[in-house]
Design a protein around this ligand. Sequence first.
Ligand SMILES: [Mn+2]
Length: 318
Amino acid sequence: MKQLTIPEAAAYLLQNDNYIMLTHRRPDGDTVGCAAALCSGLRALGKTAAVWENPQFTEKFRPYLDGLTTEIIPDDAKIIVVDIATAGLLPYGAENYVNRIDLRIDHHGRDMEFGMQGYVDSSAAACGEVILDLLEQMNAPIDKRIAEAIYCAISTDTGCFRYSNVTAKTLRAAAKCKDYCADTYAINQVMFLTKRLARLKLDAYLTQTTEFLADGKVAICQIPESVRQELGITEDDIDDISGFAREIEGVRIGVMLREVSEGGKISVRTAPEYDASAICAVLGGGGHRAAAGATVPGGIAEAKAAILRAIEANGVKL
Ligand SMILES: [Mn+2]
């Protein structure tokens, strides 16, 4: 991928037209907020733009997409990918566009081959920070709706500003959202202060079944598909579940195992002395130092065997 500067990326967007934004597989608040904010900003600048209807969009983020989505990707459209770390995370149904990506905007630095050209700022805690830079560079009018989409992106990707990747710039970006009239309290209520009873029942299940290894330094949680269905758990209920084990006092490496359509999904959260992305790299995955993931063939049992092997390969005696 050819790395552009922010002014170059902005110039590209101002010079061209007819944009389609793609979001990543299992879309979260960051990818949805980025796509919505960029789409609205481009429209405000007189461009034709739409967000492609990712089949995995969930109810929680639906309000941000209202009036912005399309199911069609015109042949002459310029395709922008936001917050998509690698080709394997292109949304279902858009995998074939891998060689047609015109611009990549991201904060994941692990796969710099993906995309023809773009702007990747791996120092940004959320892709939403990058989108704000880009909109300001383009002099796009930032209204309340755009500000709220960006605030949704940044707040959800940082656990409401609690993660280690938060910088002064992250907090300044949030302050700017407030300046642009984002109702941050209302967003925080929905994203962080409201849980369905089903989720609390899942928390109870996990509390009962967490396994501890290495004198409690390592904790492993599992969500079998049967339990997820029995409790009626949706993706929105568990968009932040990956950090569950790491939140337990004394745990330095927290693991969450889930069954997804591709196999066993592994999420790892680590304290500063361990590197989650190095652990997941053993299994072909990746991410950030404090938070990373991988998916392995098989189910929960295979995922558990794989993650134990990967943790031991990183020098932890289990
Ligand atoms: Mn992100």
